[in-house]
Design a protein around this ligand. Structure first.
Ligand SMILES: NC(=O)c1ccc[n+]([C@@H]2O[C@H](COP(=O)([O-])OP(=O)(O)OC[C@H]3O[C@@H](n4cnc5c(N)ncnc54)[C@H](OP(=O)(O)O)[C@@H]3O)[C@@H](O)[C@H]2O)c1
Length: 317
């Protein structure tokens, strides 16, 4: 099969053996696969894939048609349209997806939208609801809100009837972010004046942790999901945490067990997939590139200033 392969710090098209499904896996003919910052880190040799995933084919999510099923894979059949999280290898003509993790693609969703759904919506959903127990009526701050995870978090928070504040550093993207339904779209410098917040999802980094602890309400929760924007180190006043009975936590998805990943799929089905099927939430796609232009797609991701996702799509045979 053709695949995007990592080669000396770049990505290029290459030939790799067709994968063979185990008894619990689906073999998927990939139509679209999202690009994520983990792929860029892996390209740079900084984020090795978990055991069992292809070592040099990036891609943490994909969508396509099932072409073969393992003997114990009973949730899907050949011909089904599926999307799902994978430990790696999503950016290839063929990809193995665990049956227990695979999600049926709603009929209205395009392939690029389906290819960009699993990673950012699973991450945002897990952070908001499983980690931070966001409830209706609570106030949510989403940092880095114009990106893939950010726009997922804004929409999920809104649908859960939280009051959502979206923090976006680029003024030219704020009107577009507003169309995803937050109560306010603000400059990061104005975050404190729009609080206090019950939940803060940190997609930028730790530099603002001290200010964010200060901006929490009593019983507030902060969850670290990404630190690529401002780094992983910070100093906080523990007395403020104590006084507010606040929680600061962190979470990653990729290294989790199969059972944990299947649990995230079940959690999504309870509400987010219903909202997606109803078109109440959407997958914002900034740009689509064929697999053969993976290097350009990665550079577009790295350049920033995008609204949502960068997607790779398979090329006609
Ligand atoms: N823990 C997990 O399991 C998990 C899963 C998925 C993603 N992540 C992480 O979560 C983060 C967000 O992912 P994503 O896919 O949404 O990335 P993304 O699409 O690149 O979005 C990141 C957003 O943060 C903004 N940003 C970057 N540096 C900033 C700064 N210093 N101040 C203010 N805003 C800044 C970017 O704005 P510009 O466009 O202006 O640069 C962009 O809008 C990444 O760090 C990623 O690695 C973690």
């Amino acid at each position: 099969m053709q695949a995007v392969v990592i080669d000396s710090g770049s990505v290029r098209a290459g030939e790799r053996p067709d994968p063979v499904p185990s008894e619990s896996e689906l073999l998927v003919a990939v139509e679209a696969a999202g690009v994520n910052s983990a792929d860029l880190l892996q390209r740079a040799g900084l984020y090795p894939p978990p055991p069992g995933s292809p070592v040099d084919i990036p891609g943490m999510e994909c969508a396509g048609t099932v072409v073969a099923v393992g003997t114990n894979a009973s949730r899907h059949r050949v011909g089904d349209r599926v999307m799902g999280l994978v430990g790696g290898g999503g950016q290839a003509e063929l990809c193995l997806v665990e049956d227990s993790v695979a999600i049926s693609v709603p009929s209205h969703l395009s392939w690029p939208e389906a290819g960009g759904f699993p990673e950012v919506f699973t991450t945002a959903h897990d952070a908001l609801f499983t980690q931070c127990h966001l409830a209706a009526g609570e106030r949510l701050l989403v940092t880095g809100a114009a990106g893939g995870v950010g726009l997922a978090a804004v929409q999920l928070g809104r649908e859960a009837r939280a009051s959502v504040v979206a923090s976006v550093r680029r003024a030219e993207l704020r009107d577009a972010v507003h169309t995803f339904g937050p109560e306010a779209v603000i400059d990061p410098d104005d975050e404190a004046s729009h609080g206090p917040y019950d939940v803060i999802i940190e997609l930028v980094g730790a530099a603002t942790l001290g200010a964010h602890v200060k901006a929490l309400s009593t019983g507030g929760r902060i969850v670290f999901i990404g630190v690529g924007g401002s780094g992983s180190r910070s100093e906080i006043d523990a007395l403020q945490l104590m006084a507010k009975r606040a929680v600061v936590r962190g979470s990653t998805l990729r290294s989790r067990s199969l059972a944990d990943k299947a649990a995230t799929r079940v959690a999504l089905e309870a509400d987010a997939l219903v909202w997606l099927a109803r078109e109440a939430v959407r997958v914002p796609v900034e740009a689509v590139y064929p697999f053969g232009q993976a290097q350009e797609a990665y550079e577009r991701f790295a350049a920033g200033g995008k609204l949502g996702k960068i997607i790779l799509v398979s090329e006609p045979a």
